[in-house]
Ligand binder design. Structure first.
Ligand SMILES: C[S@@+](CC[C@H](N)C(=O)[O-])C[C@H]1O[C@@H](n2cnc3c(N)ncnc32)[C@H](O)[C@@H]1O
Length: 275
């Protein structure tokens, strides 16, 4: 059997456009069932445990399937998250949205308080999973219109309550009042802007909204039915949406203050609304 080091360098010289260092390391760690890459590095000169699995996975990746779907999991803020074709692969920018929201929660709520939080459009449940770990006292709901997505989210969380339905509707129906709402809804209006590999493999329901501001408008319109008197609503947004969202906030959310934040590439990708 080849060692991890031997296979690493062999795969590095492969000219597939779908392979890179990060994916090769993920494949090697997976083939030896190492959850932590540091363990792989510590065992770099040991034989790969399951070479057959690695080669089977490699073939699928070389056909263009995202490696997270091939492996069946991804990592989000250090948490191992199960993914399949029913859920979006959690993205790095969503980690920033989640960390900012967790920082807010830790600042505003004492450790003996019980904030009520909803991860609306939860998909894999990656956001809810991260919040659950950091804010153990919280009562957390996760909502999605896809019951298939909620099955995945359920596996990725412990005590999060799953509610199926359109945006805020399941929260309204259950008379739930929130301190914090966090949401990464579908927001891509023009499907020509979607990477071909993403369009082929990821759920279209998680990507497209026409107009792009559709979900935000519905949430703003009904916010008073689910939010407490004082609250935070945290959203991931498409760049260039700022102006349209300001108009909608002026229309539906009088008395709130808001802030747009940029991502690490200096693009405006997050909106925080506070009341
Ligand atoms: C962009 S994905 C976000 C998934 C996950 N929160 C994340 O950040 O990785 C959007 C999710 O919204 C769900 N969705 C789409 N339209 C919806 C609607 N009208 N009401 C509730 N959920 C919806 C999709 O099924 C998908 O899981």
């Amino acid at each position: 059997m080849p060692t991890n080091r031997e296979l690493y360098f062999q795969l590095l010289s492969d000219d597939s456009k779908y392979l890179n260092k990060n994916i090769i390391i993920s494949l090697l760690a997976d083939a030896s069932k190492f959850d932590d890459r540091m363990v792989l590095y510590a065992n770099f000169d040991r034989e790969v445990v399951d070479v057959e699995r690695l080669y089977t996975n490699l073939e699928l990746i070389k056909k263009g399937m995202p490696y997270q779907y091939v492996l069946g999991y991804s990592y989000f803020l250090g948490n191992k998250i199960i993914v399949n074709k029913d859920v979006l692969i959690p993205r790095q920018e969503t980690e920033q949205l989640t960390v900012d929201t967790i920082v807010y929660l830790k600042k505003v709520f004492k450790s003996d308080e019980y904030p009520v939080i909803a991860d609306v459009c939860t998909g894999s449940g990656a956001i809810a999973c991260a919040i659950e770990k950091e804010i153990p006292n919280a009562k957390i709901y996760a909502t999605d219109i896809s019951s298939y997505a909620l099955k995945v989210a359920k596996k990725n969380t412990k005590n999060v309550e799953m509610l199926c339905g359109n945006l805020l509707q399941p929260l309204i129906d259950n008379r739930i009042k929130l301190d914090v709402l966090i949401c990464n809804p579908p927001y891509i209006e023009n499907i020509n802007n979607i990477d071909k590999q993403v369009w082929k493999y990821e759920p279209h329901l998680a990507l497209v909204a026409v107009p792009g501001t559709k979900c935000y408008e519905e949430i703003f319109k009904n916010a008073d039915q689910v939010m407490k008197e004082h609250y935070l609503m945290a959203f991931e947004i498409e760049e260039d949406m700022e102006e349209a969202l300001i108009k909608l906030m002026n229309k539906y959310l009088a008395g709130c203050t808001y802030r747009f934040h940029k991502d690490i590439y200096n693009k405006t990708r997050f909106l925080y609304i506070i009341k």
